[in-house]
Design a protein around this ligand. Structure first.
Ligand SMILES: Cc1cc2nc3c(=O)[nH]c(=O)nc-3n(C[C@H](O)[C@H](O)[C@H](O)COP(=O)(O)OP(=O)(O)OC[C@H]3O[C@@H](n4cnc5c(N)ncnc54)[C@H](O)[C@@H]3O)c2cc1C
Length: 520
C-alpha cells in the first residue's frame, strides 16, 4: 500500500535540504527522499588520492555529451548533495545580476525578482549556513547589513600578496565562507582539504550538517536514503501531481503527496521532469513551454597558479580572497569579465590528474611554491544547451560554452596580476564541459508561462502542486557561486508554501535559523 505525505521533497542538497529544514517546524508530514547515503566520517575524507585520483565520492553516472560520447560528470549523490563537497563560498548575487546585463556574447536576462526581494532571505541563509565575511572592500557588494560572522583572516603570505595586488590598482576583498565554529574544539580548523573534500570534522556549512541532521528531532520529517525517484505521477487532468515512484534497491514504491518539490540539481531535475512524460504531459511534466532541460548553464571556470621556484608558499587555508574589479565591466570599461577567487591549496596528486605521466615529485615541488586562483565568467542561457533523456533513460548534456572571449580576457588579467606579483609561470587549466559543478537554468523561473517553466516561487506553471527548488530556476548564471542564492530562494519558497498551502504563520523558521546562527 502506498504511503501519503503532505510534502515529498526529492533531493537533500542546497535546495531540498534547506526547504525541508525551513518547513519542519510546521508539523507537516514531510518525506525527504535522497538517492545517496550519508558520507561516513573516515580517513579518506581528507585523503587527496582518495578524492581526486580514486574519485571515491564521485557519482558513478555515465552521461552522454552532445556528440554521444560518454563522460562521468562532476557530481556527488549523498545526503547534502554537492554542498558536501563545495568550497563553502557563499555569495549573494550582485544587485545588477537581477537586471539585464549586456555581455560580449549577448544579454544576460533579468530575473522575475529583484535583489531587495531576496535580501531578507539572503540574511536568513547566511545565518543558517554560518557565513563569514566583510563587505567593506568589495566594489560590487549590494546593500546589506553586517555578516553574521567575521571574515576569515588571511594567512600572512596571502596578506603580503594582497598589499601588492592593491598596489596594482585592484580591490581584493574577503571571500564569504560558510564554516562552522572556527577554532572551537569540534569546529573548523581551516585545513587544506576543504573545497572538493567532505569535511572530516563536519565543520563546513553544507546542507547535510546545517539542515538535514537537525531534522532528526522532528518526528514529522522522514528521511529515506538510497532511494531514487524514477517518475512523477500526475492525475487525469494533468493539473496535479499525485505521487512519485521510488526505487530502493530492487523495490519499487509509490508515495502519494499533496505537494511535491523536485530538488535533484539542475540536470537531474530536468531529467526527472522529462522522463515523467505521460498522456497529458507528452513532452515531460511541466514542459508546455518546451523549456525544461534547455538554457543549461555552467560557469566558465579556469584554475590558475602562479609559481616561483625559490619562494615556498606555507599557506594552509588559502581560499580567502575575491577580486571583483572586472565583475561588472572589463578594465577598458567594456563588457563584464567575471570574478577572480583565490583557491584552496592544490595537492600534488590533484595536479597530477591533469597530466598523469609527469612524476608526482615534480607536482609536489610545484604546488608547494604555487599560489592558486580561479577565474570564473558568466555563461549565458542558450536554448540549444540542454539536457535530454535518451530512449533508454540515459542523460545527454549538449553544451557549448558562451562568453569565451570575455573569459579569455579575464584569464589574461589574472596572468598579468600574477606577473605583477613576481610569479614566473602562470599555469592554467581550463575546466572542460564535463565540469557540471555550477550547473543551473534548466527550468527557469519567470512570470510568463510561454517563456518560463516556474513561477517566481518556483511552482511549475503547468502543475499547481509541483515545485522545482534547486539550481534549475536560475534565468541567468551570474558569475558568483550559486549556492547561497539557491538556499535563499528555498527559504522564500518555504514561506510561500506555508502561506498559500498550509496557512501557517511565517517566521517560525527564522527562529530556528537564528538559534543556530547564534550558537556558532
Ligand atoms: C567540488 C564542488 C565545489 C563547489 N563549490 C561551491 C562553492 O564554493 N559555492 C557555491 O555556492 N557552490 C559551489 N558548488 C556548487 C554547489 O554545490 C551547487 O550549486 C549546489 O549544491 C546545487 O544545489 P542543488 O540543490 O541544485 O543540487 P544538489 O546540492 O546537488 O542536490 C541535489 C540532490 O538531489 C539528489 N538526487 C538527484 N536525483 C535524485 C533522484 N532522482 N531521486 C532522489 N534524489 C536525487 C542528489 O543525490 C543530491 O543530493 C560546488 C560544487 C562542487 C561539486
Amino acid at each position: 500500500m502506498s504511503r501519503r505525505f503532505d510534502l515529498v521533497i526529492i533531493g537533500s542538497g542546497a535546495g531540498g535540504g534547506t526547504l525541508a529544514h525551513a518547513l519542519a517546524e510546521t508539523g507537516a508530514d514531510i518525506l525527504l527522499i535522497e538517492r545517496g547515503e550519508t558520507i561516513p566520517r573516515e580517513p579518506e575524507n581528507r585523503d587527496p588520492a582518495a578524492v581526486w585520483k580514486n574519485l571515491r565520492y564521485r557519482a558513478h553516472d555515465s552521461w552522454l555529451d552532445g556528440a554521444g560520447a560518454p563522460f562521468r560528470p562532476y557530481m556527488h549523490y549523498c545526503v547534502g548533495g554537492n554542498t558536501k563537497f563545495w568550497g563553502g563560498v557563499l555569495y549573494r548575487l550582485r544587485r545588477e545580476d537581477f537586471g539585464e546585463i549586456e555581455h560580449v556574447d549577448g544579454v544576460s536576462p533579468a530575473w522575475p525578482v529583484d535583489y531587495d526581494t531576496l535580501a531578507p532571505y539572503y540574511d536568513r541563509a547566511e545565518r543558517l549556513y554560518h557565513v563569514h565575511g566583510d563587505s567593506g572592500d568589495d566594489p560590487t557588494e549590494p546593500p546589506r547589513g553586517p555578516f553574521p560572522f567575521p571574515a576569515v583572516p588571511h594567512e600572512p603570505t596571502v596578506s603580503g600578496y594582497l598589499e601588492r595586488i592593491r598596489a596594482q590598482g585592484l580591490h581584493p576583498s574577503p571571500l564569504p565562507l560558510g564554516l562552522r565554529d572556527i577554532g572551537a574544539p569540534d569546529g573548523c580548523v581551516l585545513c587544506d582539504t576543504c573545497n572538493s573534500f567532505p569535511c572530516h570534522r563536519e565543520a563546513k556549512s553544507d546542507a547535510d550538517v546545517c539542515c538535514v541532521r537537525p531534522l532528526a528531532s522532528y518526528p514529522n520529517v522522514t528521511l529515506w536514503t538510497g532511494a531514487l525517484v524514477e517518475r512523477l505521477q500526475t492525475d487525469g487532468s494533468g493539473r496535479r501531481v499525485v505521487g512519485v515512484v521510488v526505487a530502493r534497491g530492487d523495490d519499487r514504491t509509490s508515495v502519494e503527496a499533496d505537494l511535491v518539490a523536485v530538488c535533484c540539481g539542475a540536470v537531474n531535475s530536468a531529467a526527472l521532469l522529462l522522463g515523467s512524460a505521460n498522456g497529458t504531459h507528452p513532452d515531460g511534466v511541466g514542459n508546455s513551454s518546451g523549456l525544461v532541460g534547455r538554457r543549461y548553464m555552467a560557469h566558465l571556470a579556469t584554475m590558475m597558479a602562479g609559481f616561483h621556484p625559490f619562494r615556498r608558499n606555507p599557506t594552509v587555508f588559502q581560499k580567502t580572497v575575491a577580486i571583483n574589479d572586472f565583475y561588472l565591466k572589463g578594465p577598458d570599461g567594456g563588457h563584464p569579465l567575471g570574478q577572480i577567487q583565490s583557491q584552496g591549496r592544490t595537492h600534488g596528486v590533484m595536479a597530477q590528474t591533469v597530466v598523469p605521466i609527469v612524476p608526482r615529485a615534480f607536482y609536489d615541488y610545484w604546488v608547494a611554491r604555487g599560489f592558486d586562483w580561479l577565474a570564473m565568467t558568466e555563461d549565458l542561457p542558450d536554448p540549444d544547451n540542454r539536457v535530454t533523456v535518451t530512449a533508454d533513460g540515459q542523460i545527454q548534456l549538449t553544451y557549448r560554452p558562451t562568453n569565451e572571449g570575455a573569459h579569455r580576457r579575464l584569464v589574461e588579467e589574472v596572468r598579468a596580476m600574477l606577473r605583477g606579483l613576481g610569479m614566473y609561470i602562470q599555469y592554467v587549466h581550463s575546466h572542460n564541459t564535463a565540469n557540471t559543478t555550477h550547473q543551473c537554468g534548466t527550468a527557469c523561473f519567470g512570470t510568463d508561462p510561454a517563456v518560463s517553466v516556474l513561477d517566481p516561487y518556483c511552482r511549475t506553471h503547468d502543475v499547481e502542486n509541483l515545485f522545482v527548488v534547486d539550481a534549475s530556476f536560475f534565468p541567468s548564471s551570474a558569475a558568483v557561486n550559486p549556492g547561497l542564492t539557491i538556499v535563499a530562494q528555498a527559504l522564500r519558497v518555504a514561506d510561500h508554501i506555508r502561506d498559500t498551502e498550509w496557512r501557517r504563520p511565517t517566521g517560525v523558521g527564522d527562529q530556528v535559523e537564528m538559534a543556530q546562527g547564534e550558537s556558532g
